[in-house]
Design a binder for this molecule. Structure first.
Ligand code: SER
Ligand code: ZN
Length: 516
């Protein structure tokens, strides 16, 4: 086996070719699956002098047939993909591969769980389905046709809206261009709980939760949670859903908590199913939070996605922040904050001071699946929360509005996000970016000399420090947010009584360790 090679953030290059349309056809059998992909490629107009060759990712695929514009192309099969040569500037590639979901135990790509077919394509699962540009900055509309034995697999699902459905076959079309990591397919004998949600602009969305038949009685809370998520994202962020149908499928074998595939979320069943007789309060809160998280990705992750996997926190940090706010707005804000900060300080701080320490935006990876971490998700959410604290709710909303205006339908970077926040508020985040690029938890020191406060830190990063001041009776004299930057900074509180007491780092306004 060859030595695994690291991929570096600084090596990013846009793709030489882009994709107009992707038409997939799946023929599902018990001992093999045939996948035909008809993909319209064209040279990226933004790349100067693009080469006339193209490498497509592929893993564990058996190539059955390959045609370019109807003819045998010049190609070479490699360990990890397919090299196409002597290409025109614009062409249609038709490629048929044979895969084996029935023996795929990696839980990536297309696999089987409890007798049903399902997929997981983030981060690099799609290359186990067909040869493709498996990278998040190549977006395409997808048409997906599925055929399978109607008796075993009466339910056939994919992304987007349903175009056609007959016993044994279904065709789906997703009009929103998306990278292939958001592709999903499900085929099985499943029960469904149905409902509807009417968006604030009056569109009716069909809501469907699919589970194994014996679990149907445990889906009611998930459906209620889903409707709360739709309503909250409209109320707090002005964000509406954009397809005719929203589906959730619960499966028992799943690598992650859940996955935000466009219009067809796939969930680890523990984040969907709740038996009201035995589920605890925290089970219910977790289900609601994960259902919310995946729903909120529709805007922060799907409509605006990541340029490359180093930007993972662009969608995850922001979406965790949004799901934290969802829970806080619907339940007890202070309890939610205490729970999250406890987890951060025990788990993420430990990660950040151990051998696995890495920045919120890593600089290199060998296996991307190892970077779905507390640091990228939870510390990433704290970094977004600091931006929110620095700008306030109205300023944060202004920034997000500009972000969507500018980047809807695109694959972008963390810098693009911060830039939108900066421009919409005329706030300089240059000294803030170390939060994304530096691993470890900074230790800050606060010294008080006759109410002249000196704050120091190991480096020079900008962060908000929330504080309150109490008199000796415990009544609050004042409170606010200090903006710390530079190695050392002084703040003058000498107008306050000599015996007052400071309460620092309220709401845990920055992910730091405080040293007296
Ligand atoms: N993208 C998925 C999620 O965050 C995988 O964990 O929900
Ligand atoms: Zn997520």
């Amino acid at each position: 086996m060859s030595k695994p090679e690291a991929i570096y953030r600084q090596d990013y290059q846009p793709s030489d070719y882009l994709i107009h349309t992707t038409e997939l056809s799946f023929e599902l059998f018990e001992n093999e699956t045939l996948v035909t992909a008809k993909v319209h490629y064209y040279q990226n107009p933004k790349v100067k002098n693009p080469p006339n060759s193209l490498f497509l990712n592929g893993k564990n695929l058996e190539l059955i047939e390959i045609l370019i514009d109807g003819f045998q192309p010049d190609y070479q099969l490699k360990n990890d993909g397919l090299q196409l040569k002597n290409l025109p500037a614009d062409f249609v590639l038709e490629i048929t591969t044979k895969i084996h979901p029935e023996t795929n135990t990696s839980l990536n790509g297309l696999y089987k769980t409890s007798g049903n077919f399902c997929t997981q394509c983030e981060a690099h699962g799609f290359r186990q389905i067909t040869y493709y540009l498996d990278r998040p900055d190549v977006l395409s509309v997808f048409t997906t046709r599925i055929t399978a034995d109607f008796k075993r697999y009466p339910i056939l699902l994919s992304n987007g809206n349903l175009l056609e459905n007959q016993p044994g076959t279904a065709t789906w079309f997703d009009p929103h261009p998306k990278p292939c990591y958001l592709f999903a397919l499900v085929a099985g004998d499943l029960a469904v709980l149905q409902d509807t949600f009417t968006t604030k602009s009056g569109a009716e969305v069909a809501l469907k939760i699919y589970v194994e038949k014996h679990n149907i009685s445990k889906t009611k809370f998930a459906m209620e949670s889903l409707k709360r998520a739709f309503a909250w994202d409209e109320r707090r962020f002005g964000l509406e859903y954009d397809l005719e149908i929203y589906m959730i499928v619960a499966v028992d074998d799943f690598n992650m908590g859940a996955m935000e595939n466009k219009g067809l979320n796939i969930f680890n069943s523990k984040y969907v199913l709740a038996n009201p007789d035995t589920a605890t309060d925290s089970d219910f809160i977790n289900i609601e939070a994960v259902i919310g998280h995946e729903y909120f990705h529709n805007w922060t992750g799907n409509r605006v996605t990541c340029q490359d996997w180093f930007q993972l926190s662009l969608k995850e940090g922001l979406t965790v922040f949004r799901d934290q706010e969802f829970t806080s707005d619907l339940h007890a804000r202070s309890i939610k904050r205490i729970t999250d900060v406890k987890a951060l300080r025990t788990l993420q701080f430990a990660e950040d001071s151990g051998p696995m320490a890495h920045p919120v935006r890593p600089e290199s990876y060998i296996e991307m699946n190892n970077f779905y971490t507390m640091t990228v998700y939870e510390k990433g959410a704290e970094v977004v929360r600091m931006i929110h604290t620095l700008l306030g709710e109205a300023g944060f909303q202004r920034g997000l509005k500009l972000y969507f205006q500018r980047y809807d339908g695109q694959a972008v970077t963390i810098d693009d996000f911060v830039e939108a926040m900066s421009e919409a508020n005329n706030f300089d985040f240059a000294d803030f970016m170390a939060w994304y690029s530096t691993s470890g938890t900074p230790q800050i020191r606060i010294k008080n000399s006759a109410n002249k406060i000196t704050i120091s830190q190991p480096d020079e990063r900008l962060f908000p420090l929330k504080y309150g001041v109490l008199d000796c009776e415990g009544s609050e004299l004042e409170s606010g947010v200090l903006i710390m930057k530079g190695k050392q900074k002084q703040f003058d509180f000498s107008h306050l009584p000599a015996d007052c007491r400071f309460s620092w780092l309220r709401d845990f306004s920055a992910p730091v360790k405080l040293k007296p």
